[in-house]
Design a protein around this ligand. Structure first.
Ligand SMILES: Cc1cc2nc3c(=O)[nH]c(=O)nc-3n(C[C@H](O)[C@H](O)[C@H](O)COP(=O)(O)O)c2cc1C
Length: 153
């Protein structure tokens, strides 16, 4: 059993957060698969058994979910591979300059769509410094506990 970390990233910000989340999961002894949802094999890989789905997404115009993430989620649904809501947690990057009502809008839309009960992690642009690292570690630790009993690999 392991954590699947699937992300959509246009310019690398969300990929970096995903890598930090993955590193934190590994530190706690979890098996991790890190997956770019734009990868041709993404949906097939995501359909394999995993005990948590940590989903990361950048936000497109006016708080929208980018097309590659919509495709990925649609493929999971079509494959009947959607995890239960309590096993899904969402993180995102965005920019407040697009308007606070749209900030990290895609991450919030995804969390609502999956029915995730966990807090959404918001990071502004590329994560940097100790404060962002602490925020990412704290979120990861919290969702690892909340999404189920930690299972070392
Ligand atoms: C066309 C466009 C529209 C955007 N609209 C929003 C938005 O509505 N809300 C937001 O928080 N960020 C918005 N952003 C900012 C990106 O989500 C942000 O830069 C993000 O960190 C990019 O992540 P990535 O490097 O993983 O692609 C927009 C960026 C682009 C290029």
């Amino acid at each position: 059993m392991h954590a699947l970390i699937a992300y959509a990233s246009l310019s690398g910000n969300t990929r970096e957060v995903a890598r930090m989340v993955a590193a934190r999961c590994s530190t706690h002894g979890h098996c991790v698969t890190l997956l770019d949802v734009d990868d041709a094999q993404a949906a097939a890989l995501a359909a394999r058994p995993h005990d948590r789905l940590l989903l990361g997404c950048w936000t497109d115009n006016a708080g929208r979910t980018p097309a590659e993430m919509k495709r990925f989620v649609g493929a999971l649904r079509d494959a009947d591979a959607l995890p239960p809501p309590e096993r899904v947690a969402v993180f995102g990057t965005g920019e407040t300059q697009w308007g606070l009502e749209y900030y990290c809008g895609a991450a919030h839309r995804l969390a609502r769509w999956f029915g995730s009960p966990h807090p959404v992690l918001e990071i502004e642009q590329m994560p940097h410094g100790q404060a962002d690292a602490r925020t990412i570690h704290h979120w990861t630790d919290t969702v690892l506990v909340a999404t189920g009993v930690p299972v070392p690999c």
